[in-house]
Design a protein around this ligand. Sequence first.
Ligand SMILES: C[S@@+](CC[C@H](N)C(=O)[O-])C[C@H]1O[C@@H](n2cnc3c(N)ncnc32)[C@H](O)[C@@H]1O
Length: 220
Amino acid sequence: MASTIHHLREPPDPPDDQSRAVASAYDRSAKRWHATRTELPVNLRQLLNRMLIDCPPAPVVLDVGCGSGIPITRYLVEVGCLMTGLDASGALLEIARREVPEASFLQGDMRLVEPGGSFDAIIAWDSVFHVPRADHAAVFARFASWLKPHGSLLVSLGGSEWEGTSEMMGETFFYSGYAHTESLRLLREAGFDLLNHEIDDPSSRGHLAVLARKGASGHE
Ligand SMILES: C[S@@+](CC[C@H](N)C(=O)[O-])C[C@H]1O[C@@H](n2cnc3c(N)ncnc32)[C@H](O)[C@@H]1O
């Protein structure tokens, strides 16, 4: 599909133990994770639809940390997007390739990989919070550089000043985030105009969903 990605480089190795540990934990729990991802939550569907309003027909979209492709990559294919999924976990990508055969998939670390081409929109749902926060500014700058002018970004973040590990499905996962204000500042600094941001799960540590558009000053 997205003809823009045919010249992909080989996936680099994750750069540090934490990243390797996160990818390995998802590899080991891939089937269990996939089993939890069924319905697309209403609030997420609304955010995705809002993201698409600003896109041309048949937009070229990158799903960063796509997991098993369910429900997000699948939904975006169904509404006419040309999808590329990027993820660090080979086991999750194996499921994603089966579940969403219409999409292209690429294995790698969002801090290192070059997806090639440029995108009308990027969704990074619940993936950036696995990256050490010291790298968040660089990740946002990379997202800006992968987007076409005025491209859309929908990103979720942990939304609190916290770094540590937490248990899920019997595995230990690393999480990292800044306070909301700092995350929003970093996104602006990377060249994004912020359209909407909301704490969409008050029961969590302040899960933050941000819809943004690459502004005139966004990195090329
Ligand atoms: C909580 S899951 C979310 C998956 C999917 N976005 C969803 O909502 O179902 C986090 C995903 O991010 C991926 N991930 C974590 N760190 C990553 C990194 N540095 N580069 C690329 N993917 C990463 C994991 O392998 C996992 O699939």
